[in-house]
Design a protein around this ligand. Structure first.
Ligand SMILES: Nc1nc2c(c(=O)[nH]1)N[C@H]1C(S)=C(S)[C@@H](COP(=O)(O)OP(=O)(O)OC[C@H]3O[C@@H](n4cnc5c(=O)[nH]c(N)nc54)[C@H](O)[C@@H]3O)O[C@H]1N2
Ligand SMILES: Nc1nc2c(c(=O)[nH]1)N[C@H]1C(S)=C(S)[C@@H](COP(=O)(O)OP(=O)(O)OC[C@H]3O[C@@H](n4cnc5c(=O)[nH]c(N)nc54)[C@H](O)[C@@H]3O)O[C@H]1N2
Ligand code: SF4
Ligand SMILES: [Mo]
Length: 725
């Protein structure tokens, strides 16, 4: 039965149930929102949704706590006093928009539109609206900490070499016989738009599981093979697995012959990369590498779930290239239960990129060097964050004077938080739109109260990019004076009298739906909740792959043309025991960061007591032997220190991690501690990460994982705030 927008009779006041889609993570769980008298009283999973079949994760479950949290930003505010004074004055929307418009126009006149940068966060409902507003304003400088570091390296690489982004086939009729989880823990994180529930359903069919992860996750415990890789050594591991598949002729010969380009060159490239070669680099036994390659190659169909762990070192693109070839060589492309291309049910978003002149485009910071991030190799070109911070700090290659942050807590999620802070402090003008006051918003001149997902109208196409299911995110309620980010952009564009970007939000949504050819308007989609696009497999048989050779390019002609290596290769990350043995003498442990937990989304949700109950304090995993040697017991606070800085988290002892590795959580600040800092310098893992070169040559990726660190006992920060160990 489909519950549509309807009234439940007998409740007083009457309850209206609206279909929508949860947007608290990249996933798109279908939801039913119960509204009584203008109040969102309950949000439950939609039993009909193909993405979650009625279930919600811990974050989705507390949606009403989020919407009605007393700490929500309620109205626009102007800062009083110095940047970071922590003193704020309520102002009207009219005053806020007027002031922002005036300041931006003045900066644009004096320094050029490129002096205004825009920032946002990962995969939010309004992400494309941020670049759209930038394009309308004439600035190419918008950025997102996930662009060079997360998902888009996979998107841009596969678009160039496969013609499209492959995703796992969960909504078809054939379950996979094998799933390879590589640097990805989707039971906690939810893959990019396929939900964790789809993964669980596939696991219920008992496929062979291979996990490549430095930590013993729930999946690793269930796996037939768990390869406890050294953080950052994934490229060596992938090359060795390719060596086995090619050397033992385990590949799908007809598919490889008919549909790939450059097989001979790849075979030649991987020849020296035997499992024995890889063993000392990866810390995985040669036999285990061989067995993993054999298992993956022989099971049909097989799929690969890959994650951002592959994208958190400066050798990200070539690692992705190597890893992406496993499902190709084994013939698991666009087949039921394999790695499939999407139906793209959501039309092209009107990005207004045509409003940017070629000269303006050429000014995008970092685009000249990192063409897969900001230039012609990018699907959605974005600015390079370290280059942008340099422009804010030093005016090189030109000054960036204003930063409009729509949904990012810069001080917690950019690498090297101290460098990010220093750059923000140099700016003339900062605007921050967020759901809550954050340590970053405290640095703004004006803060704007953004509406949360149950308060907005928007479209979602899931999985992300593939858009096999198109869903309406519909507005159920509105709190205080909040506005959606989309509405703010439209109002600002009108206020600033920009030539484009002034249509209403609904007009844009309808135009996008029209482009997708589903034959529904936004109002109709709200009634239905979602539409599943009829699926076809082996789409390449009709016209080939959308690459220059019409084949999947193992040897990439596009990479070659752009000046990047056409074949994957091994390269050590800049700060590892192998590449920097001198540093390792002082910092002997390998640090990885950011492994997701189900209770928080990046730096969010620390205000929500039901979630904090499940994870009160920041936790870092360490091996019991290492901890004992350092005099650290389970639950103790410990300093974790790199060449950039130190911070403290609580020790969780686990034998499931290599004694040479430490894994720390990311995103920590403490809304319960006093502002304006809210403890952001206490347990913030990005005090340890690096935003300095080298960067990935094609994507500009910096270093969030596979760093060298040392660990020492620390005092409880609550008992000894700001003190030393
Ligand atoms: N609940 C929740 N969901 C989220 C998020 C969240 O914060 N909370 N964040 C969202 C975002 S922005 C993203 S990008 C995705 C990320 O989701 P995932 O891609 O699943 O990323 P992580 O959980 O950070 O890391 C995945 C696994 O990689 C392992 N790992 C660490 N270093 C390495 C390494 O060098 N090599 C290999 N092979 N493995 C390594 C970690 O131990 C971890 O188990 O999740 C999204 N969903
Ligand atoms: N060390 C380390 N650093 C990492 C990672 C890691 O694994 N390790 N992961 C990286 C990755 S993969 C990513 S994608 C980034 C994520 O970085 P971001 O996605 O930028 O995440 P946050 O910094 O948490 O910023 C999100 C902010 O948006 C606000 N917000 C939520 N919804 C809305 C909305 O609808 N409108 C507005 N205006 N605001 C909203 C939240 O309250 C929060 O303050 O972090 C990266 N940083
Ligand atoms: S998995 Fe994501 S979309 Fe689903 S309920 Fe949780 S936060 Fe919402
Ligand atoms: Mo991400």
């Amino acid at each position: 039965m489909t519950i549509q927008q309807k009234e439940i009779s007998g409740t007083n006041p009457p309850t209206v149930v609206l279909k929508s889609v949860c947007r608290s993570c990249h996933g798109g769980c279908g939801v039913l929102m119960h509204v009584q008298d203008g109040v969102l009283v309950k949000v439950e999973g939609d039993p009909d949704s193909p993405l979650n079949h009625g279930r919600l994760c811990p974050i989705g479950t507390v949606t009403t706590d989020l919407v009605y949290h007393p700490d929500r930003l309620k109205y626009p505010m102007r800062r009083l006093g110095e940047r970071g004074s922590g003193r704020w004055q309520r102002i009207s929307w009219d005053a806020a928009l007027g002031e922002i418009s005036e300041k931006l126009l003045a900066i644009r006149d004096k320094f050029g539109p490129e002096a205004i940068a825009l920032g946002t966060g990962t995969g939010r409902h309004h992400i494309r609206w941020v670049s759209r507003f930038g394009n309308a304003l004439g600035t190419p400088n918008w950025c997102e900490p996930g662009f060079a570091q997360c998902f888009h390296p996979r998107v841009n690489t596969t678009i160039l070499t496969f013609g499209d982004l492959p995703v796992c086939d969960y909504t078809g009729d054939v379950p996979p016989k094998c799933i390879l989880f590589w640097g990805h823990n989707p039971l906690n994180s939810g893959p990019d738009g396929e939900t964790r529930f789809n993964v669980r359903e596939a696991l219920a069919h008992d496929p062979d599981i291979i996990v490549i992860d430095p930590r013993e996750t729930e999946l690793a415990k269930r796996a037939k093979l768990w390869l406890r890789v050294r953080p950052g050594a994934d490229d060596a591991l992938a090359l060795a697995m390719l060596n086995v598949i090619i050397g033992e002729r385990l590949y799908d010969e007809p598919f490889v012959r008919a549909w790939t380009h450059g097989f001979e060159a790849l075979a030649e490239r991987v020849k020296p990369h035997t499992p024995e070669w890889a063993e000392p680099i990866t810390w995985v036994a040669a036999d285990k590498i061989r067995n993993a390659a054999r298992l993956f190659a022989k099971a049909k169909p097989a799929m690969m779930e890959w994650g951002c762990a592959l994208e958190h070192t400066p050798k990200c693109i070539q690692t992705i290239r190597a890893v992406s070839m496993l499902p190709v060589l084994t013939g698991n492309i666009d087949v039921p239960g394999g790695w499939v291309f999407g139906m793209h049910g959501l039309g092209r978003f009107p990005s207004l990129i045509e409003n940017l002149t070629p000269e303006a485009n050429a000014k995008r910071l970092g685009a000249d060097r990192f063409k897969l991030l900001g230039g012609e190799g990018a699907d959605l070109p974005a600015a390079h964050i370290p280059t942008l911070l340099q422009a804010m700090r030093e005016g090189k290659p030109y000054w960036v004077k204003a930063f409009l942050v729509f949904g990012n807590n810069t001080l917690t999620t950019y690498a090297n938080s101290s460098a990010a802070y220093e750059a923000l402090m140099k700016l003339d003008f900062i605007v921050c739109a967020d759901l809550f006051m954050t340590p970053t918003a405290e640095l703004a001149d004006i803060v704007l109260p953004a509406a949360s997902w149950p308060e907005i109208n928007q479209l979602a196409g899931l999985p992300t990019i593939a858009a096999n299911v198109v869903l309406a995110n519909q507005k159920a309620v509105r709190t205080h004076e909040c506005k959606s980010d989309e509405e703010i952009f439209v109002e600002l564009a009108r206020r600033m009298k920009l030539p484009v970007g002034t249509e209403s939000v609904e007009d844009v949504l309808n135009a996008q739906l029209k482009g997708g050819g589903l034959g529904v308007s936004f109002d109709e989609l709200k009634q239905k909740g979602w539409v599943k696009v009829p699926f076809r497999y082996r789409k390449y048989e009709n016209g080939g792959f959308r690459t220059p050779t019409g084949k999947i390019e193992l040897y990439s002609t596009r990479f070659e043309q752009l000046g990047y290596a056409p074949l994957p290769y091994y390269e050590e990350a800049p700060e590892t025991p192998i590449s920097a043995p001198g540093v390792a003498e002082d910092y002997p442990l390998v640090l990885t960061t950011g492994g997701r937990i189900p209770f928080f989304f990046n730096s969010e949700h620390r205000q929500i007591e039901k979630l904090r109950k499940a994870c009160r304090d920041p936790i870092a995993e360490i091996h019991p032997e290492t901890a004992a040697r350092l005099g650290i017991a389970g639950g103790d606070w410990m300093w974790i220190e790199t060449r950039r800085g130190r911070m403290r988290q609580q020790a969780k002892l686990t034998a499931g991690i290599d004694p040479r590795v430490v894994s720390a959580q990311h995103g920590w600040w403490f809304p319960d501690q006093p502002g304006p800092e809210y403890g952001v310098w206490q347990s913030n893992v990005n005090l340890l990460t690096d935003n300095q070169p080298p960067y990935d040559p094609a994507m500009g990726t910096y270093q969030l994982r596979a760093l060298l660190c040392r660990v020492a006992p620390a005092a409880d920060p609550q008992k000894n705030a700001g003190g030393v160990a």
